[in-house]
Design a protein around this ligand. Structure first.
Ligand code: GDP
Ligand code: IMO
Ligand code: MG
Length: 425
C-alpha cells in the first residue's frame, strides 16, 4: 500500500499537475482535498496541453478514479465545462469522477462577492475571482451549500434565493450585478443534474480502497506559502494546502501518508499580490518569466519571478514534513551563467534564518544570496543528474542541504518523459 501526497512547496504553480500525472500511472485513486477552480494544473502529453482546474490530474490515466474531496469548494458550472473539455480530448470520464457528499459548492453569488470585495478594497489580494474565499466563508459561518444539496433542486433554489437576498441586503454584491447573477444562476441550475450524478460517499470508498492496500495519490492545489494559517497572510488563499489539510479535507489521518512529496520550482514564482523577498525586477527576472512561460494557468496573469528562496523552502519542509522533493523547471536555469539562491534574510542588521520569525513583515527583509555557477549543457542531456561532477548536480545538492530534504525527482521539461529519478542511499 502506498499513499502519496503531492503538495506545492512555494506560492503555487510549482508543476504539481505534471508530477501527479507521472506518478498516477499505476494508481487507483487521485484525490483533491482543498481549493477549487482557482487551481490550474497543466499536463502536457506529446505537445498536447491540458489544464485541469477541479478534476484531479489522474484523469489522464484511464484506470484511475478521481475524487473531489469534502475540503474542496466545487463550482458545478466549471466542473461541467471541464468534464466536456476532457471528454473532447477523447478521455472517458463516466464513473471516474466522484464528488464527496459534503463538499461545499461555489455558486455565481460567491463569484460575484469575490469580485465585488476585490474591487472595493484597498488591500487587494489579487484573487482568481473564482468565488473561493466567499464559499469558504459561508462554510465556516455554517450557511454553505454542500454537494448533497444538489440532489434536491427545489430546496436548493430556495436556499440560493435566500442567500442572494441576504447578499443584496448586506451589500455583498451591488444591485447592478443582480441581473448577471440571475443569468449565471440559470446556467448553474442547468449544470446541477449532471453534477448531482457524481455525488457519493467518497469517504467510505476511499477508506475501502486504502484498506485493500491499493495506491492513492493526494493532489494538493496552491502552495504552502498560500496557506490560510502558515502562509503570507492576508495574501493567501482560504484553505489549507499543506499536508495537514489532508486530514480534514479527505478524512485521512496523517499516519496513513507514506510518501510526502513537496514540489518546488528550481526558482520561485508568485501570481497575485503579497510579499516576495527574492522577487527580481531586473533582466534575470524577465528572463525567468520569458523562458519559463510564467503566465497563470487559470487567469493568464504574468507570474512574478525570483531566485530560489531557501528560507521559505526550509519552512515549507517543516510545515509539511516532506519525505522528499520533486524539483521542477531546472531546464529554465540552463540559460544562466550565474544562479543565486537565498540562504538567509537580513532585517535591521540581524541575520534571519527562520521564515516564521518574519512572516508578518516579509516586505521588510533583504535576501542574502549565495552565487553558484551555471552549467553549460542542457540538463536534459545529462546522463546522471545526481553526479556531483556536473554543476546542475551541485545545484541540486546545494538546495537539498539547504532545506534538509532529499530531492528525489528532477523535472527537465514539461513533457511526461522529461524527468530524472535520483538514487539516494
Ligand atoms: P501547477 O499549478 O503546480 O500544476 O503548475 P502549473 O501548471 O500552473 O505551472 C507549471 C508550468 O510549468 C506548466 O506550464 C507546466 O507545463 C510547466 N512545467 C512543469 N514542469 C516543467 C519543467 O520541468 N520544465 C519546464 N520547462 N516546464 C515545466
Ligand atoms: P495552483 O493549484 C498560484 C493565489 C491568487 C491570489 C491568492 C488568493 O495552480 O498552484 P484565491 O482565488 O485562491 O482566493 O486567490 O492565491 N492563487 C494561486 N496562485 N497557483 C494557484 O493554484 C493559485 N490559487 C490561488 O493568485 O494571490
Ligand atoms: Mg497552477
Amino acid at each position: 500500500m502506498a499513499i502519496t501526497s503531492i503538495i506545492g512547496g512555494q506560492w503555487g504553480d510549482e508543476g504539481k499537475g505534471k508530477i501527479v500525472d507521472i506518478l498516477s500511472e499505476n494508481v487507483d485513486i487521485v484525490a483533491r482535498f482543498q481549493g477549487g477552480a482557482n487551481a490550474g494544473h497543466t499536463v502536457i502529453i506529446e505537445g498536447n496541453k491540458i489544464v485541469l482546474h477541479q478534476i484531479p490530474s489522474g484523469i489522464l490515466h484511464p484506470e484511475c478514479k478521481c475524487i473531489l474531496g469534502n475540503g474542496m469548494v466545487v463550482d458545478p458550472v466549471g466542473l461541467f465545462e471541464e468534464i466536456r473539455m476532457v471528454e473532447d480530448q477523447g478521455i472517458e470520464t463516466a464513473n471516474r469522477i466522484l464528488l464527496s457528499l459534503t463538499t461545499h459548492i461555489v455558486t455565481p453569488i460567491h463569484k460575484a462577492i469575490d469580485k465585488t470585495s476585490e474591487d472595493a478594497t484597498n488591500q487587494k489580494i489579487g484573487t482568481t475571482c473564482k468565488g473561493i474565499g466567499p464559499a469558504y466563508m459561508d462554510k465556516i459561518t455554517r450557511k454553505g451549500i454542500r454537494a448533497h444539496d444538489l440532489l434536491d433542486l427545489p430546496s436548493l433554489k430556495q436556499t440560493i434565493d435566500h442567500r442572494l437576498s441576504e447578499a443584496i441586503k448586506n451589500n455583498e454584491v451591488s444591485k447592478s450585478a443582480v441581473n448577471q447573477i440571475n443569468a449565471d444562476l440559470k446556467q448553474f441550475y442547468e449544470c446541477v443534474p449532471a453534477i448531482a450524478e457524481l455525488v457519493s460517499d467518497t469517504f467510505q470508498y476511499l477508506h475501502s480502497i486504502i484498506h485493500q492496500g491499493k495506491n492513492v495519490i493526494i493532489e494538493g492545489a496552491q502552495g504552502t506559502l498560500l496557506d490560510i494559517d502558515h502562509g503570507t497572510y492576508p495574501f493567501v488563499t482560504s484553505s489549507s494546502p499543506n499536508n495537514g489539510g489532508i486530514t480534514t479535507g479527505l478524512g485521512i489521518p496523517q499516519s496513513h501518508l507514506d510518501r510526502k512529496i513537496g514540489i518546488f520550482k528550481a526558482y520561485t514564482t508568485r501570481v497575485g499580490k503579497g510579499p516576495f523577498p527574492t522577487e527580481l525586477f531586473d533582466g534575470d527576472g524577465d528572463k525567468l518569466g520569458k523562458l519559463g512561460h510564467e503566465f497563470g494557468a487559470t487567469t493568464g496573469r504574468p507570474r512574478r519571478c525570483g531566485w530560489f528562496d531557501g528560507v521559505a523552502a526550509r519552512y515549507s519542509c517543516l510545515v509539511n514534513g516532506f519525505t522528499e522533493i520533486a524539483l521542477t523547471k531546472l531546464d529554465i536555469l540552463d540559460n544562466f551563467d550565474e544562479i543565486k539562491v537565498c540562504t538567509a534574510y537580513e532585517l535591521d542588521g540581524k541575520l534571519i534564518k527562520n521564515f516564521s520569525e518574519v512572516i508578518y513583515k516579509l516586505d521588510q527583509v533583504t535576501p542574502i544570496y549565495e552565487s553558484l555557477t551555471g552549467w553549460s549543457n542542457p540538463v536534459e542531456n545529462i546522463d546522471h543528474i545526481d553526479n556531483l561532477s556536473n554543476r546542475a548536480g551541485q545545484y541540486i545538492h546545494f538546495l537539498e542541504e539547504l532545506v534538509d530534504t532529499p530531492i528525489k525527482l528532477v523535472s527537465s521539461g514539461p513533457e511526461r518523459h522529461q524527468i530524472f529519478t535520483r538514487e539516494i542511499s
